[in-house]
Design a protein around this ligand. Structure first.
Ligand code: TYC
Length: 102
């Protein structure tokens, strides 16, 4: 009885896990009080954006009400939101970030 012809043959290789993690968007929300400079600092410092990207994203949020700061696996997205929230609170700005499935 050769392998491959019966249902009880043992697989030669265990299945390799190739599953991608579900990704989540960290969305920055506009407000009237947080300074543009602070939002740029957040985008550079928390989301590793270049100065040019940070300026572009900040202006997008300012003009459109919301914009994507970055896309990450859930736990990382959650940590970014917590970091933004606590830095904003510390600086006494109302800046908010939320998570959405990408
Ligand atoms: N609208 C703010 C201002 O005019 C700037 C701002 C941009 C605030 C993006 C929050 O997520 C934000 N000072």
């Amino acid at each position: 009885m050769s392998q491959g012809q019966t249902g009880d043959a043992v697989k030669e290789r265990p299945k390799v896990e190739k599953k991608e993690p579900t990704l989540y968007k960290v969305v920055l929300l506009n407000d009237d009080y947080t300074t543009m400079e602070f939002v740029i600092q957040i985008l550079e410092g928390v989301f590793q954006r270049s100065p040019a990207e940070a300026y572009r994203i900040m202006m997008h949020v300012h003009l459109n009400g919301r914009g994507i700061a970055g896309v990450y696996p859930f736990e990382i997205a959650e940590t970014k939101v917590d970091t933004v929230t606590s830095l904003a609170r510390e600086a006494q700005f109302p800046l908010r970030a939320t998570i959405e499935e990408a």
